[in-house]
Design a protein around this ligand. Sequence first.
Ligand code: OAD
Length: 235
Amino acid sequence: MRLASLNSQDRLFVLTGAGISAESGLATFRGSGGLWNGHRVEDVATLEAWEANPQLVWRFYSQRRRDALAAQPNAAHKALAEIERKLGDRFYLCTQNVDDLHERAGSHRIHHMHGSLFQSRCTRTNEPFPDQSLYEDPKDFPICKTCHASIRPHIVWFGEIPLDMDAIYRELDRATVLLVVGTSGSVYPAAGFVNIANQRGIRTIYVGPEEPLNTDAFDEIILSTATQALPTLME
Ligand code: OAD
């Protein structure tokens, strides 16, 4: 099943995960042991980790900012931007990724459900602002200039609620096709989008080099890397 058969009534909901940025050189979470400097990602991406050692958490996200700044969008990011140009507002991209490679490839109708690597926020006002700085040295630890509270990454950590789930469910509710790319299906609520799609009886397609944990829920599994599969999906 390919997307060329989409008609003018169809609405495409795309969910992407770390796998779509793998061929841009960004590490996935569960590949290669999912470790960072000997820490499990789950141990630096939680509120508990922040409260115990905010300097360590900023070192982790500074490294990720450095990696993402050095990376370039790949053919899969570009293919999704091209599909959006064709479908216009019948396209919606929900990503679990915090990098900005989709935007740099030309995507506009995009929602970062787990936050954005290049935004930070004051822990008192919770107001996000653009931020590309690296806070690797404890002496550079960022403090709000207005209220002197700590500044944290604008990232949804484990145990926190993903951003704007209402908008996501609204879009899922009117989609006619769900395309999921490069996510292991292990983190909810995103891993459950395919079940919502199934309740509505819409087409579901997964693209990735290995089967995700929720593989049985999909109508079609395309076992391929994102850059191989996505550029040909609309042909
Ligand atoms: P994972 O690391 O769990 O899964 C990455 C998926 O990408 C795997 O299923 C791989 O098979 C697949 N993959 C690898 N290379 C690929 C390629 N070239 N093309 C396509 N797919 C490829 O990452 P996510 O599922 O995105 O959350 O992880 C979900 C969430 O868990 C993340 O957003 C993050 C993490 O902890 C938070 O930080 C809250």
